[in-house]
Design a protein around this ligand. Structure first.
Ligand SMILES: Cc1cc2nc3c(=O)[nH]c(=O)nc-3n(C[C@H](O)[C@H](O)[C@H](O)COP(=O)(O)OP(=O)(O)OC[C@H]3O[C@@H](n4cnc5c(N)ncnc54)[C@H](O)[C@@H]3O)c2cc1C
Length: 203
């Protein structure tokens, strides 16, 4: 593990912030995750949690989508509380089927075997064997808990209302409680800001 005295602030305790916090904390970095509400209260809380790998090779996100499977598998090993349901996925809208070779398409009996809850199974469907699904709320909590067990701090119900800037660098954040500095060994370091940019008026 590498160690550093740097303090990093992650704004937002959704799946992205939770993952960043976990990966920073597991490298020995001091990290504070700050959210205006609760963990998973943003888009993460509404997500289907589909780990969707089946895109065409020339799609701009094809590499990231496929690489994410290995990352989720690694996370499952590192954090036992986080697990993925690797069931694969059936797609059956006409548009996605058009781009698939016939040998990749399943017929109705096989579709019903894979998904017995179908009342009205489609005639044909594409089976993405490597797709999976996570519970996005549980996964976010597992990542945050692991980050906190490694020394991260989670501050909830604390909106970030502005940034502290030194030259071209953002060096901290402003909250209604005061300023929290990044890249500072003292956490939390709350004191009056030297300079605040983009700080909206407080109600
Ligand atoms: C209906 C739906 C279905 C989806 N299905 C899928 C899917 O199947 N597969 C998939 O990969 N993706 C899916 N997505 C997309 C996925 O949910 C998002 O890409 C992902 O959750 C984004 O995570 P995030 O952490 O970046 O953002 P968020 O989860 O939105 O987290 C942002 C956090 O920042 C906090 N915040 C915002 N402003 C401030 C502030 N000023 N101060 C402090 N905190 C602040 C918020 O409270 C929030 O908790 C879906 C999205 C939706 C809406």
């Amino acid at each position: 593990m590498c160690t550093t005295e740097k303090h990093m602030i992650v704004i937002g305790a959704g799946i992205m912030g939770a993952s960043i916090a976990y990966h920073l904390a597991s490298r020995g970095i001091k990290v504070t995750v700050i959210d205006k509400d609760q963990p998973s209260s943003g888009a993460t809380g509404s997500s289907f949690g589909w780990i969707h790998t089946t895109v065409s090779d020339d799609a701009p996100d094809a590499f990231l989508r496929r690489a994410s499977v290995a990352d989720w598998q690694r996370l499952e090993k590192e954090i036992p509380e986080l697990w993925v349901n690797w069931t694969g996925a059936l797609s059956y809208d006409d548009e996605s089927l058009e781009s698939q070779p016939n040998e990749n398409l399943l017929q109705q009996p096989e579709i019903s075997r894979l998904e017995p809850a179908f009342n009205n199974p489609p005639r044909r469907a594409y089976y993405a064997v490597y797709d999976g699904a996570v519970d996005p709320i549980d996964a976010t909590h597992a990542l945050l808990e692991k980050a906190c067990s490694l020394g991260a701090t989670l501050k909830i119900q604390t909106p970030v209302i502005g940034f502290l800037q030194n030259g071209n660098h953002v060096t901290g954040i402003q909250t209604p409680e005061g300023v929290l500095n990044a890249d500072n060994p003292e956490i939390p370091a709350i004191y009056r800001p030297r300079r605040i940019i983009s700080a909206p008026k407080q109600p």
